[in-house]
Design a protein around this ligand. Structure first.
Ligand SMILES: *[C@@H]1O[C@H](CO)[C@@H](O)[C@H](O)[C@H]1NC(C)=O
Ligand SMILES: *[C@@H]1O[C@H](CO)[C@@H](O)[C@H](O)[C@H]1NC(C)=O
Ligand SMILES: *[C@@H]1O[C@H](CO)[C@@H](O)[C@H](O)[C@H]1NC(C)=O
Ligand SMILES: *[C@@H]1O[C@H](CO)[C@@H](O)[C@H](O)[C@H]1NC(C)=O
Ligand SMILES: *[C@@H]1O[C@H](CO)[C@@H](O)[C@H](O)[C@H]1NC(C)=O
Ligand SMILES: *[C@@H]1O[C@H](CO)[C@@H](O)[C@H](O)[C@H]1NC(C)=O
Length: 537
Protein backbone atom coordinates (compact mmCIF):
# COMPACT_ATOMS: atom_id res chain seq x y z
CA UNK A 1 0.00 0.00 0.00
CA UNK A 2 1.81 3.10 -1.20
CA UNK A 3 0.56 6.10 0.70
CA UNK A 4 2.82 8.89 -0.35
CA UNK A 5 4.92 7.50 -3.20
CA UNK A 6 7.35 10.40 -3.08
CA UNK A 7 8.34 9.43 0.45
CA UNK A 8 8.34 5.69 -0.07
CA UNK A 9 11.80 5.56 -1.49
CA UNK A 10 13.76 4.77 1.62
CA UNK A 11 14.17 1.07 0.96
CA UNK A 12 17.79 0.84 0.04
CA UNK A 13 18.67 -2.60 -1.09
CA UNK A 14 22.33 -2.39 -1.83
CA UNK A 15 24.31 -5.43 -2.67
CA UNK A 16 27.68 -4.50 -1.31
CA UNK A 17 30.74 -5.69 -3.06
CA UNK A 18 32.05 -8.21 -0.62
CA UNK A 19 35.27 -9.95 0.05
CA UNK A 20 35.62 -13.27 -1.65
CA UNK A 21 33.86 -16.03 0.22
CA UNK A 22 31.90 -13.68 2.44
CA UNK A 23 28.15 -13.80 2.24
CA UNK A 24 26.49 -10.74 0.69
CA UNK A 25 25.29 -7.80 2.79
CA UNK A 26 21.87 -6.24 2.26
CA UNK A 27 20.99 -2.82 3.68
CA UNK A 28 17.55 -1.56 4.58
CA UNK A 29 16.42 1.80 5.95
CA UNK A 30 13.08 1.92 7.65
CA UNK A 31 11.30 5.02 8.84
CA UNK A 32 8.57 3.89 11.22
CA UNK A 33 5.75 6.35 11.77
CA UNK A 34 2.04 6.66 12.43
CA UNK A 35 -0.20 7.24 9.44
CA UNK A 36 -3.97 7.51 9.17
CA UNK A 37 -5.69 4.70 7.32
CA UNK A 38 -9.22 3.35 7.28
CA UNK A 39 -8.86 -0.40 6.77
CA UNK A 40 -12.36 -1.08 8.08
CA UNK A 41 -14.00 2.13 6.90
CA UNK A 42 -13.31 4.50 9.79
CA UNK A 43 -10.01 6.41 9.89
CA UNK A 44 -7.55 5.23 12.52
CA UNK A 45 -3.89 5.61 13.35
CA UNK A 46 -1.71 2.72 12.19
CA UNK A 47 2.02 2.02 12.19
CA UNK A 48 3.62 2.20 8.76
CA UNK A 49 7.17 1.62 7.60
CA UNK A 50 8.31 4.01 4.90
CA UNK A 51 4.65 4.97 4.72
CA UNK A 52 3.57 1.46 3.85
CA UNK A 53 1.38 -1.13 5.56
CA UNK A 54 2.39 -3.91 5.25
CA UNK A 55 5.96 -2.73 5.62
CA UNK A 56 8.64 -3.54 3.04
CA UNK A 57 9.11 -7.21 2.26
CA UNK A 58 12.41 -8.66 3.44
CA UNK A 59 13.38 -10.89 0.51
CA UNK A 60 16.80 -12.46 1.01
CA UNK A 61 18.76 -15.66 0.40
CA UNK A 62 20.15 -18.20 2.87
CA UNK A 63 23.23 -16.85 4.68
CA UNK A 64 22.75 -13.23 3.57
CA UNK A 65 23.81 -10.61 6.10
CA UNK A 66 21.14 -8.02 6.84
CA UNK A 67 21.53 -4.52 8.22
CA UNK A 68 18.21 -2.90 8.98
CA UNK A 69 18.45 0.67 10.23
CA UNK A 70 15.21 1.46 12.04
CA UNK A 71 14.28 5.12 12.60
CA UNK A 72 11.67 5.38 15.31
CA UNK A 73 9.39 8.27 14.32
CA UNK A 74 6.65 7.08 16.71
CA UNK A 75 6.05 8.76 20.04
CA UNK A 76 6.63 5.40 21.77
CA UNK A 77 9.59 3.07 22.21
CA UNK A 78 9.99 0.51 19.44
CA UNK A 79 11.55 -2.88 18.70
CA UNK A 80 11.01 -5.26 15.82
CA UNK A 81 11.15 -9.01 16.18
CA UNK A 82 11.55 -11.51 13.38
CA UNK A 83 9.09 -14.36 13.44
CA UNK A 84 10.46 -17.61 12.01
CA UNK A 85 13.98 -16.21 11.69
CA UNK A 86 16.00 -18.03 14.29
CA UNK A 87 18.83 -15.57 14.82
CA UNK A 88 21.58 -18.09 14.84
CA UNK A 89 24.00 -17.36 17.75
CA UNK A 90 22.66 -13.83 18.18
CA UNK A 91 19.81 -13.20 20.57
CA UNK A 92 21.32 -9.68 20.70
CA UNK A 93 19.30 -8.96 17.54
CA UNK A 94 16.03 -10.60 18.54
CA UNK A 95 14.17 -7.38 19.21
CA UNK A 96 12.19 -8.30 22.32
CA UNK A 97 12.29 -6.73 25.79
CA UNK A 98 14.32 -9.58 27.27
CA UNK A 99 17.15 -9.09 24.79
CA UNK A 100 17.13 -5.44 23.68
CA UNK A 101 16.60 -1.99 25.10
CA UNK A 102 13.82 -0.30 23.15
CA UNK A 103 14.72 2.23 20.47
CA UNK A 104 13.57 5.54 21.98
CA UNK A 105 11.24 7.85 20.05
CA UNK A 106 13.25 9.98 17.64
CA UNK A 107 16.24 7.62 17.67
CA UNK A 108 17.45 4.94 15.29
CA UNK A 109 19.09 1.58 15.75
CA UNK A 110 20.58 -0.83 13.24
CA UNK A 111 19.83 -4.52 13.49
CA UNK A 112 22.65 -6.65 12.09
CA UNK A 113 22.15 -10.35 11.59
CA UNK A 114 22.77 -13.20 9.22
CA UNK A 115 20.00 -15.54 8.08
CA UNK A 116 22.37 -18.42 8.63
CA UNK A 117 21.29 -21.84 7.38
CA UNK A 118 17.68 -20.96 6.90
CA UNK A 119 15.00 -20.75 4.24
CA UNK A 120 11.28 -20.19 4.18
CA UNK A 121 8.60 -17.75 5.20
CA UNK A 122 7.81 -15.59 8.19
CA UNK A 123 7.04 -12.02 9.13
CA UNK A 124 8.33 -9.24 11.32
CA UNK A 125 6.33 -7.05 13.65
CA UNK A 126 6.73 -4.42 16.39
CA UNK A 127 7.05 -6.43 19.60
CA UNK A 128 6.22 -3.84 22.29
CA UNK A 129 3.15 -2.28 23.85
CA UNK A 130 0.43 -3.93 21.73
CA UNK A 131 1.83 -2.18 18.67
CA UNK A 132 1.07 -5.23 16.53
CA UNK A 133 -2.60 -4.21 16.81
CA UNK A 134 -1.61 -1.09 14.86
CA UNK A 135 0.13 -2.95 12.03
CA UNK A 136 3.84 -2.35 11.53
CA UNK A 137 4.26 -5.85 10.14
CA UNK A 138 5.68 -7.15 6.89
CA UNK A 139 6.67 -10.39 5.17
CA UNK A 140 10.00 -12.18 5.35
CA UNK A 141 11.07 -14.67 2.69
CA UNK A 142 14.38 -16.44 2.60
CA UNK A 143 15.13 -18.08 -0.74
CA UNK A 144 17.23 -21.18 -1.18
CA UNK A 145 20.74 -20.64 -2.45
CA UNK A 146 20.88 -21.40 -6.17
CA UNK A 147 22.90 -24.56 -5.59
CA UNK A 148 20.25 -26.13 -3.34
CA UNK A 149 17.24 -27.78 -4.97
CA UNK A 150 13.75 -26.64 -4.00
CA UNK A 151 11.26 -29.55 -3.88
CA UNK A 152 8.85 -28.06 -6.42
CA UNK A 153 9.05 -26.41 -9.83
CA UNK A 154 9.81 -22.68 -9.79
CA UNK A 155 6.47 -20.83 -9.60
CA UNK A 156 5.57 -17.99 -11.97
CA UNK A 157 5.06 -15.71 -8.98
CA UNK A 158 5.59 -15.54 -5.25
CA UNK A 159 2.89 -13.66 -3.37
CA UNK A 160 2.83 -12.66 0.30
CA UNK A 161 -0.54 -12.74 2.03
CA UNK A 162 -0.54 -11.36 5.55
CA UNK A 163 -3.88 -12.16 7.11
CA UNK A 164 -4.99 -11.10 10.55
CA UNK A 165 -7.84 -10.02 12.74
CA UNK A 166 -8.17 -6.27 13.29
CA UNK A 167 -9.63 -3.86 15.83
CA UNK A 168 -11.19 -0.52 14.99
CA UNK A 169 -9.83 0.71 18.32
CA UNK A 170 -6.27 2.00 18.13
CA UNK A 171 -3.53 0.15 19.96
CA UNK A 172 -3.19 2.78 22.70
CA UNK A 173 -6.86 2.35 23.54
CA UNK A 174 -6.50 -1.45 23.55
CA UNK A 175 -3.45 -1.15 25.77
CA UNK A 176 -5.38 1.13 28.10
CA UNK A 177 -8.03 -1.56 28.53
CA UNK A 178 -5.35 -4.13 29.36
CA UNK A 179 -3.59 -1.77 31.77
CA UNK A 180 -6.87 -1.15 33.55
CA UNK A 181 -7.13 -4.87 34.23
CA UNK A 182 -9.59 -5.96 31.59
CA UNK A 183 -9.28 -8.21 28.57
CA UNK A 184 -9.92 -6.62 25.19
CA UNK A 185 -13.07 -7.71 23.40
CA UNK A 186 -13.47 -9.48 20.07
CA UNK A 187 -11.87 -8.00 16.95
CA UNK A 188 -13.96 -6.15 14.37
CA UNK A 189 -12.76 -7.68 11.13
CA UNK A 190 -10.04 -9.47 9.20
CA UNK A 191 -7.50 -7.73 6.96
CA UNK A 192 -5.55 -9.17 4.05
CA UNK A 193 -2.27 -7.29 3.45
CA UNK A 194 -3.51 -4.44 5.62
CA UNK A 195 -6.73 -3.92 3.71
CA UNK A 196 -10.37 -4.55 4.39
CA UNK A 197 -12.89 -6.41 2.19
CA UNK A 198 -11.70 -6.69 -1.42
CA UNK A 199 -9.05 -4.03 -0.83
CA UNK A 200 -6.31 -6.41 -2.02
CA UNK A 201 -6.32 -7.52 -5.64
CA UNK A 202 -3.88 -10.16 -6.87
CA UNK A 203 -3.32 -10.49 -10.61
CA UNK A 204 -2.12 -13.86 -11.94
CA UNK A 205 -1.51 -15.30 -15.38
CA UNK A 206 -3.55 -18.33 -16.42
CA UNK A 207 -1.95 -21.79 -16.67
CA UNK A 208 0.82 -21.09 -14.20
CA UNK A 209 1.74 -21.94 -10.65
CA UNK A 210 2.06 -19.39 -7.85
CA UNK A 211 3.57 -19.67 -4.42
CA UNK A 212 1.50 -17.96 -1.73
CA UNK A 213 3.21 -17.18 1.56
CA UNK A 214 0.44 -16.92 4.10
CA UNK A 215 1.10 -15.62 7.61
CA UNK A 216 -1.39 -14.93 10.38
CA UNK A 217 -0.21 -11.54 11.68
CA UNK A 218 -3.28 -11.00 13.85
CA UNK A 219 -3.89 -10.83 17.59
CA UNK A 220 -6.04 -13.73 18.70
CA UNK A 221 -7.96 -15.37 15.88
CA UNK A 222 -7.23 -18.57 14.00
CA UNK A 223 -8.10 -17.96 10.35
CA UNK A 224 -9.23 -20.51 7.78
CA UNK A 225 -7.69 -19.55 4.43
CA UNK A 226 -9.13 -20.67 1.10
CA UNK A 227 -9.48 -19.60 -2.52
CA UNK A 228 -12.55 -20.20 -4.63
CA UNK A 229 -11.92 -22.88 -7.26
CA UNK A 230 -8.29 -23.54 -6.27
CA UNK A 231 -6.85 -26.28 -4.13
CA UNK A 232 -3.64 -25.45 -2.30
CA UNK A 233 -0.57 -27.68 -2.32
CA UNK A 234 1.16 -27.20 1.01
CA UNK A 235 4.94 -27.05 0.54
CA UNK A 236 6.55 -25.18 3.43
CA UNK A 237 5.98 -24.05 6.98
CA UNK A 238 8.27 -21.68 8.86
CA UNK A 239 11.43 -22.93 7.20
CA UNK A 240 10.59 -26.62 6.78
CA UNK A 241 9.59 -28.24 3.53
CA UNK A 242 6.50 -30.35 4.12
CA UNK A 243 5.10 -33.48 2.56
CA UNK A 244 3.11 -32.05 -0.33
CA UNK A 245 -0.62 -32.53 0.28
CA UNK A 246 -3.56 -30.70 -1.25
CA UNK A 247 -5.91 -28.75 1.00
CA UNK A 248 -9.21 -27.05 0.16
CA UNK A 249 -8.66 -24.77 3.12
CA UNK A 250 -5.96 -24.26 5.69
CA UNK A 251 -6.22 -23.24 9.33
CA UNK A 252 -3.52 -20.66 10.04
CA UNK A 253 -3.12 -20.02 13.76
CA UNK A 254 -1.88 -16.73 15.16
CA UNK A 255 1.78 -16.19 14.30
CA UNK A 256 2.08 -19.13 11.89
CA UNK A 257 3.34 -19.06 8.31
CA UNK A 258 2.78 -21.46 5.41
CA UNK A 259 3.68 -21.62 1.73
CA UNK A 260 1.21 -23.19 -0.66
CA UNK A 261 1.29 -23.60 -4.43
CA UNK A 262 -1.80 -22.90 -6.48
CA UNK A 263 -2.29 -23.67 -10.16
CA UNK A 264 -4.22 -21.15 -12.24
CA UNK A 265 -6.05 -23.84 -14.20
CA UNK A 266 -9.59 -22.48 -14.04
CA UNK A 267 -11.57 -20.79 -16.81
CA UNK A 268 -10.70 -17.07 -16.98
CA UNK A 269 -12.32 -15.37 -14.05
CA UNK A 270 -12.09 -13.60 -10.75
CA UNK A 271 -12.04 -15.68 -7.57
CA UNK A 272 -12.72 -14.96 -3.91
CA UNK A 273 -9.84 -15.22 -1.46
CA UNK A 274 -11.23 -15.81 2.03
CA UNK A 275 -9.71 -15.75 5.52
CA UNK A 276 -12.48 -16.46 8.03
CA UNK A 277 -12.30 -16.70 11.78
CA UNK A 278 -12.47 -20.01 13.63
CA UNK A 279 -13.52 -21.05 17.13
CA UNK A 280 -15.48 -17.94 18.02
CA UNK A 281 -18.55 -15.92 17.31
CA UNK A 282 -19.29 -13.82 15.43
CA UNK A 283 -17.52 -15.23 12.38
CA UNK A 284 -15.37 -12.52 10.79
CA UNK A 285 -14.34 -12.73 7.16
CA UNK A 286 -11.41 -11.17 5.33
CA UNK A 287 -11.84 -10.99 1.56
CA UNK A 288 -9.63 -10.31 -1.44
CA UNK A 289 -9.68 -10.97 -5.17
CA UNK A 290 -7.63 -13.37 -7.28
CA UNK A 291 -7.85 -11.96 -10.79
CA UNK A 292 -6.75 -13.91 -13.87
CA UNK A 293 -5.14 -11.46 -16.30
CA UNK A 294 -7.44 -12.72 -19.05
CA UNK A 295 -10.56 -12.51 -16.90
CA UNK A 296 -13.44 -10.68 -18.54
CA UNK A 297 -15.59 -11.03 -15.47
CA UNK A 298 -15.99 -9.59 -12.04
CA UNK A 299 -16.43 -11.62 -8.87
CA UNK A 300 -19.38 -13.97 -8.63
CA UNK A 301 -21.63 -14.13 -5.64
CA UNK A 302 -20.58 -17.24 -3.74
CA UNK A 303 -17.78 -17.59 -1.25
CA UNK A 304 -15.97 -20.93 -1.08
CA UNK A 305 -17.23 -22.90 1.92
CA UNK A 306 -14.92 -23.52 4.86
CA UNK A 307 -15.15 -25.86 7.82
CA UNK A 308 -17.79 -25.30 10.47
CA UNK A 309 -16.30 -22.41 12.50
CA UNK A 310 -16.65 -24.40 15.71
CA UNK A 311 -15.19 -27.67 14.38
CA UNK A 312 -11.97 -28.24 16.32
CA UNK A 313 -11.67 -31.83 15.07
CA UNK A 314 -11.14 -30.62 11.51
CA UNK A 315 -8.23 -28.53 12.69
CA UNK A 316 -6.76 -31.32 14.81
CA UNK A 317 -6.82 -33.73 11.86
CA UNK A 318 -5.33 -31.17 9.53
CA UNK A 319 -2.53 -30.46 12.00
CA UNK A 320 -1.72 -34.18 12.15
CA UNK A 321 -1.53 -34.33 8.35
CA UNK A 322 1.21 -31.68 8.14
CA UNK A 323 4.47 -33.63 7.98
CA UNK A 324 8.14 -33.07 7.30
CA UNK A 325 9.41 -34.10 3.88
CA UNK A 326 12.33 -36.25 5.03
CA UNK A 327 14.04 -36.39 1.65
CA UNK A 328 13.91 -32.70 0.75
CA UNK A 329 16.92 -30.58 1.60
CA UNK A 330 16.20 -27.20 3.15
CA UNK A 331 18.95 -24.62 3.67
CA UNK A 332 21.63 -27.26 3.22
CA UNK A 333 21.98 -30.05 0.69
CA UNK A 334 21.53 -32.87 3.20
CA UNK A 335 17.93 -34.07 3.57
CA UNK A 336 15.88 -32.64 6.45
CA UNK A 337 15.26 -36.21 7.64
CA UNK A 338 18.95 -36.86 8.24
CA UNK A 339 18.35 -35.35 11.69
CA UNK A 340 16.66 -38.27 13.46
CA UNK A 341 14.98 -36.35 16.26
CA UNK A 342 12.87 -39.36 17.24
CA UNK A 343 15.76 -41.49 18.53
CA UNK A 344 17.39 -38.87 20.74
CA UNK A 345 16.85 -39.27 24.48
CA UNK A 346 15.01 -36.45 26.16
CA UNK A 347 17.03 -35.07 29.07
CA UNK A 348 14.38 -32.79 30.54
CA UNK A 349 10.63 -32.42 30.34
CA UNK A 350 9.14 -28.99 30.96
CA UNK A 351 5.37 -28.61 31.36
CA UNK A 352 4.01 -25.14 30.73
CA UNK A 353 0.42 -24.57 31.87
CA UNK A 354 -1.28 -21.39 30.69
CA UNK A 355 -3.85 -19.74 32.93
CA UNK A 356 -5.81 -16.49 33.08
CA UNK A 357 -5.75 -15.47 36.76
CA UNK A 358 -6.79 -12.25 38.42
CA UNK A 359 -3.83 -10.74 40.27
CA UNK A 360 -4.36 -7.70 42.55
CA UNK A 361 -7.85 -7.42 41.12
CA UNK A 362 -6.63 -7.20 37.52
CA UNK A 363 -6.84 -9.60 34.62
CA UNK A 364 -3.46 -11.19 33.99
CA UNK A 365 -2.21 -14.23 32.09
CA UNK A 366 0.31 -16.68 33.47
CA UNK A 367 2.49 -19.69 32.80
CA UNK A 368 2.98 -22.15 35.67
CA UNK A 369 1.30 -19.61 37.96
CA UNK A 370 3.79 -16.85 37.11
CA UNK A 371 2.64 -13.81 35.22
CA UNK A 372 5.71 -12.43 33.47
CA UNK A 373 6.94 -9.04 34.53
CA UNK A 374 9.49 -7.23 32.31
CA UNK A 375 12.38 -5.75 34.33
CA UNK A 376 13.81 -2.40 33.21
CA UNK A 377 17.06 -4.11 32.25
CA UNK A 378 16.94 -6.65 29.42
CA UNK A 379 17.80 -10.14 30.69
CA UNK A 380 20.45 -10.51 28.03
CA UNK A 381 22.30 -7.39 29.23
CA UNK A 382 21.90 -8.40 32.89
CA UNK A 383 23.38 -11.79 32.04
CA UNK A 384 26.24 -10.30 30.05
CA UNK A 385 27.21 -7.72 32.68
CA UNK A 386 26.32 -10.05 35.57
CA UNK A 387 23.99 -7.42 37.03
CA UNK A 388 22.33 -8.83 40.14
CA UNK A 389 18.68 -8.43 41.03
CA UNK A 390 17.25 -8.50 37.51
CA UNK A 391 16.36 -12.18 37.23
CA UNK A 392 17.26 -15.49 38.78
CA UNK A 393 17.76 -18.75 36.97
CA UNK A 394 15.06 -21.38 37.04
CA UNK A 395 12.70 -18.83 38.48
CA UNK A 396 9.90 -20.84 36.89
CA UNK A 397 9.33 -24.47 37.87
CA UNK A 398 9.42 -27.26 35.28
CA UNK A 399 5.77 -27.93 36.06
CA UNK A 400 3.20 -25.88 37.96
CA UNK A 401 2.84 -26.08 41.73
CA UNK A 402 -0.72 -24.74 41.39
CA UNK A 403 0.15 -22.05 43.89
CA UNK A 404 -1.36 -18.59 44.12
CA UNK A 405 -0.46 -16.79 40.89
CA UNK A 406 2.07 -13.98 41.19
CA UNK A 407 4.10 -11.58 39.05
CA UNK A 408 7.65 -12.70 38.29
CA UNK A 409 10.48 -12.70 35.77
CA UNK A 410 10.58 -16.29 34.57
CA UNK A 411 13.83 -17.64 33.17
CA UNK A 412 14.47 -21.31 32.47
CA UNK A 413 18.10 -22.31 32.54
CA UNK A 414 18.76 -25.05 30.01
CA UNK A 415 21.93 -26.78 28.89
CA UNK A 416 23.49 -26.11 25.53
CA UNK A 417 23.39 -29.25 23.38
CA UNK A 418 20.70 -30.90 25.46
CA UNK A 419 17.50 -32.26 23.95
CA UNK A 420 14.31 -31.33 25.74
CA UNK A 421 10.57 -31.96 25.65
CA UNK A 422 8.09 -29.17 26.32
CA UNK A 423 4.41 -29.86 26.98
CA UNK A 424 2.08 -26.92 26.49
CA UNK A 425 -1.01 -27.71 28.56
CA UNK A 426 -4.02 -25.55 27.82
CA UNK A 427 -6.81 -25.96 30.34
CA UNK A 428 -8.61 -22.89 29.04
CA UNK A 429 -11.49 -22.93 26.55
CA UNK A 430 -9.51 -20.61 24.27
CA UNK A 431 -7.02 -21.79 21.64
CA UNK A 432 -3.41 -20.79 22.35
CA UNK A 433 -0.50 -20.12 20.05
CA UNK A 434 3.07 -20.42 21.37
CA UNK A 435 6.30 -19.28 19.79
CA UNK A 436 9.92 -19.86 20.71
CA UNK A 437 12.58 -17.50 19.43
CA UNK A 438 15.94 -18.79 18.23
CA UNK A 439 14.65 -22.21 17.25
CA UNK A 440 12.67 -24.53 15.11
CA UNK A 441 11.12 -27.29 17.21
CA UNK A 442 9.44 -30.58 16.36
CA UNK A 443 5.71 -30.63 17.01
CA UNK A 444 5.50 -34.31 18.00
CA UNK A 445 1.98 -34.49 19.37
CA UNK A 446 -1.39 -32.93 20.02
CA UNK A 447 -4.07 -34.43 22.23
CA UNK A 448 -7.23 -33.66 24.11
CA UNK A 449 -7.41 -33.39 27.90
CA UNK A 450 -4.50 -33.56 30.29
CA UNK A 451 -1.13 -34.79 29.05
CA UNK A 452 0.30 -37.78 30.91
CA UNK A 453 3.24 -40.15 30.39
CA UNK A 454 1.23 -42.50 28.20
CA UNK A 455 0.45 -39.59 25.86
CA UNK A 456 3.99 -40.16 24.57
CA UNK A 457 2.81 -43.33 22.88
CA UNK A 458 0.93 -41.14 20.39
CA UNK A 459 3.95 -38.99 19.43
CA UNK A 460 5.12 -38.73 15.85
CA UNK A 461 8.79 -39.70 16.22
CA UNK A 462 9.37 -39.93 12.49
CA UNK A 463 8.24 -37.00 10.37
CA UNK A 464 6.80 -34.31 12.64
CA UNK A 465 7.21 -30.87 11.16
CA UNK A 466 9.85 -28.47 12.54
CA UNK A 467 8.57 -24.93 13.03
CA UNK A 468 8.64 -22.02 15.45
CA UNK A 469 4.97 -21.45 16.36
CA UNK A 470 2.49 -24.09 17.46
CA UNK A 471 -1.17 -24.00 18.36
CA UNK A 472 -2.54 -25.60 21.53
CA UNK A 473 -6.19 -26.49 21.18
CA UNK A 474 -8.75 -25.66 23.88
CA UNK A 475 -8.63 -28.09 26.84
CA UNK A 476 -5.75 -29.90 25.13
CA UNK A 477 -2.00 -30.32 25.04
CA UNK A 478 0.74 -29.96 22.44
CA UNK A 479 4.16 -31.62 22.85
CA UNK A 480 7.37 -30.44 21.20
CA UNK A 481 10.97 -31.66 21.09
CA UNK A 482 13.86 -29.21 20.83
CA UNK A 483 17.53 -29.65 20.20
CA UNK A 484 19.23 -26.82 22.09
CA UNK A 485 21.94 -25.91 19.61
CA UNK A 486 21.59 -22.11 19.71
CA UNK A 487 23.17 -20.25 22.62
CA UNK A 488 21.32 -17.17 23.81
CA UNK A 489 18.45 -15.72 25.79
CA UNK A 490 15.31 -16.78 23.96
CA UNK A 491 11.73 -15.77 24.48
CA UNK A 492 8.92 -18.31 24.81
CA UNK A 493 5.81 -16.23 24.25
CA UNK A 494 2.14 -16.36 23.60
CA UNK A 495 1.67 -15.20 20.01
CA UNK A 496 -1.41 -13.34 21.23
CA UNK A 497 0.14 -9.95 22.09
CA UNK A 498 -2.57 -9.12 24.65
CA UNK A 499 -1.87 -12.33 26.55
CA UNK A 500 1.85 -11.76 26.23
CA UNK A 501 1.55 -8.14 27.39
CA UNK A 502 -0.30 -9.36 30.49
CA UNK A 503 2.21 -12.06 31.38
CA UNK A 504 2.04 -15.17 29.18
CA UNK A 505 5.73 -14.96 28.51
CA UNK A 506 9.04 -16.38 29.73
CA UNK A 507 12.64 -16.76 28.64
CA UNK A 508 14.93 -19.70 28.14
CA UNK A 509 18.64 -19.15 28.72
CA UNK A 510 20.67 -21.57 26.62
CA UNK A 511 24.04 -21.41 28.19
CA UNK A 512 27.41 -22.66 27.06
CA UNK A 513 29.67 -23.01 30.10
CA UNK A 514 32.77 -22.89 27.93
CA UNK A 515 31.70 -19.47 26.68
CA UNK A 516 33.52 -20.21 23.48
CA UNK A 517 33.39 -17.26 21.15
CA UNK A 518 32.28 -19.52 18.36
CA UNK A 519 28.93 -20.25 19.97
CA UNK A 520 27.69 -16.68 20.23
CA UNK A 521 28.30 -13.41 18.42
CA UNK A 522 29.91 -10.67 20.54
CA UNK A 523 27.86 -7.89 22.09
CA UNK A 524 26.96 -5.49 19.23
CA UNK A 525 29.09 -2.35 19.03
CA UNK A 526 25.92 -0.23 18.82
CA UNK A 527 24.15 -1.98 21.72
CA UNK A 528 21.68 0.22 23.59
CA UNK A 529 22.01 0.22 27.37
CA UNK A 530 19.08 0.90 29.64
CA UNK A 531 17.97 0.16 33.20
CA UNK A 532 20.84 -1.02 35.36
CA UNK A 533 23.07 -1.37 32.29
CA UNK A 534 23.28 2.37 31.67
CA UNK A 535 26.91 3.48 31.64
CA UNK A 536 28.42 -0.03 31.60
CA UNK A 537 30.75 -1.12 28.84
C1 LIG B 1 10.22 9.76 8.86
O1 LIG B 1 8.90 10.07 8.48
C2 LIG B 1 8.37 11.18 9.17
C3 LIG B 1 6.92 11.29 8.80
O2 LIG B 1 6.75 11.22 7.43
C4 LIG B 1 9.19 12.42 8.81
O3 LIG B 1 8.70 13.53 9.51
C5 LIG B 1 10.64 12.18 9.18
O4 LIG B 1 11.43 13.27 8.73
C6 LIG B 1 11.16 10.91 8.57
N1 LIG B 1 12.47 10.63 9.11
C7 LIG B 1 13.48 10.17 8.37
C8 LIG B 1 14.73 9.85 9.14
O5 LIG B 1 13.40 10.00 7.18
C1 LIG C 1 21.62 5.62 13.06
O1 LIG C 1 21.70 5.88 11.68
C2 LIG C 1 22.97 6.36 11.22
C3 LIG C 1 22.87 6.62 9.75
O2 LIG C 1 21.87 7.56 9.51
C4 LIG C 1 24.01 5.30 11.49
O3 LIG C 1 25.30 5.80 11.13
C5 LIG C 1 24.02 4.94 12.97
O4 LIG C 1 24.91 3.87 13.17
C6 LIG C 1 22.64 4.53 13.41
N1 LIG C 1 22.63 4.31 14.85
C7 LIG C 1 22.59 3.11 15.42
C8 LIG C 1 22.66 3.13 16.90
O5 LIG C 1 22.49 2.06 14.82
C1 LIG D 1 -7.03 6.24 20.23
O1 LIG D 1 -8.34 5.91 20.64
C2 LIG D 1 -8.79 6.66 21.78
C3 LIG D 1 -10.13 6.07 22.20
O2 LIG D 1 -10.99 6.00 21.10
C4 LIG D 1 -8.86 8.13 21.42
O3 LIG D 1 -9.26 8.88 22.55
C5 LIG D 1 -7.48 8.58 20.97
O4 LIG D 1 -7.55 9.92 20.53
C6 LIG D 1 -6.97 7.72 19.85
N1 LIG D 1 -5.59 8.10 19.58
C7 LIG D 1 -5.19 8.49 18.37
C8 LIG D 1 -3.81 8.99 18.30
O5 LIG D 1 -5.90 8.44 17.38
C1 LIG E 1 9.76 -34.51 -0.94
O1 LIG E 1 10.77 -33.76 -1.55
C2 LIG E 1 11.27 -34.37 -2.72
C3 LIG E 1 12.45 -33.55 -3.16
O2 LIG E 1 13.57 -33.90 -2.42
C4 LIG E 1 10.20 -34.41 -3.75
O3 LIG E 1 10.71 -35.02 -4.92
C5 LIG E 1 9.05 -35.23 -3.21
O4 LIG E 1 7.98 -35.18 -4.12
C6 LIG E 1 8.58 -34.69 -1.87
N1 LIG E 1 7.70 -35.68 -1.30
C7 LIG E 1 6.45 -35.42 -0.94
C8 LIG E 1 5.68 -36.57 -0.43
O5 LIG E 1 5.96 -34.32 -0.99
C1 LIG F 1 18.82 -43.61 25.34
O1 LIG F 1 18.57 -44.19 26.60
C2 LIG F 1 18.56 -45.61 26.57
C3 LIG F 1 18.10 -46.13 27.93
O2 LIG F 1 18.50 -45.26 28.95
C4 LIG F 1 19.94 -46.12 26.19
O3 LIG F 1 19.95 -47.53 26.14
C5 LIG F 1 20.29 -45.57 24.81
O4 LIG F 1 21.61 -45.93 24.46
C6 LIG F 1 20.16 -44.05 24.78
N1 LIG F 1 20.28 -43.59 23.41
C7 LIG F 1 21.08 -42.62 23.04
C8 LIG F 1 21.08 -42.27 21.58
O5 LIG F 1 21.77 -42.00 23.83
C1 LIG G 1 -3.42 -40.39 29.68
O1 LIG G 1 -3.71 -39.75 28.44
C2 LIG G 1 -4.34 -40.60 27.51
C3 LIG G 1 -4.49 -39.84 26.19
O2 LIG G 1 -3.43 -38.96 25.96
C4 LIG G 1 -5.70 -41.01 28.03
O3 LIG G 1 -6.30 -41.88 27.10
C5 LIG G 1 -5.51 -41.72 29.35
O4 LIG G 1 -6.78 -41.99 29.92
C6 LIG G 1 -4.73 -40.88 30.33
N1 LIG G 1 -4.40 -41.67 31.50
C7 LIG G 1 -4.58 -41.24 32.73
C8 LIG G 1 -4.14 -42.14 33.81
O5 LIG G 1 -5.07 -40.14 32.97
Amino acid sequence: MELRPALAVLVLLVLASCARGEDPYLYFEWNVSFVDLAPLGAPQRVIAINNQLPGPEIAVTTNNNLEINVFNSLDEPLLFTWNAVWMRRSSWQDGVLGTNCPIPPGANWTYKFQVKDQIGSGFYYPSLLMQRAAGGYGGIRIYNRAVIAVPFAPPAGDITMLIGDWYKQNHTALRGTLDAGFMIGAPDGVLINGRGPYGSYFVVEPANTYRLRISNVGISTTLNFRIEGHRMLLVETEGSYTVQNFYDSLDVHVGQSYSVIITTDQAPGDFHIVASSRFGVPVLTGLATLHYSNSPSTLGGTLPPGPDPGDVGFSFNQAWSIRWNLTAGAARPNPQGSFHYGVINVSRTIKLFNTAPMINGKQRFAVNDISYFNPDTPLKLADYYKIPGVFSLNSIPDSPYFSTPFLGTSVLNVDYHSFIEIIFQNNEEVIQSWHIDGYQFFVVGFGPGAWNDTSRLTYNLYDAVARSTTQVYPMSWTAIFMSLDNVGMWEIRSQNPARQYLGQDLYMRVYNPEEARSTETPIPSNVLRCGKAVGLN
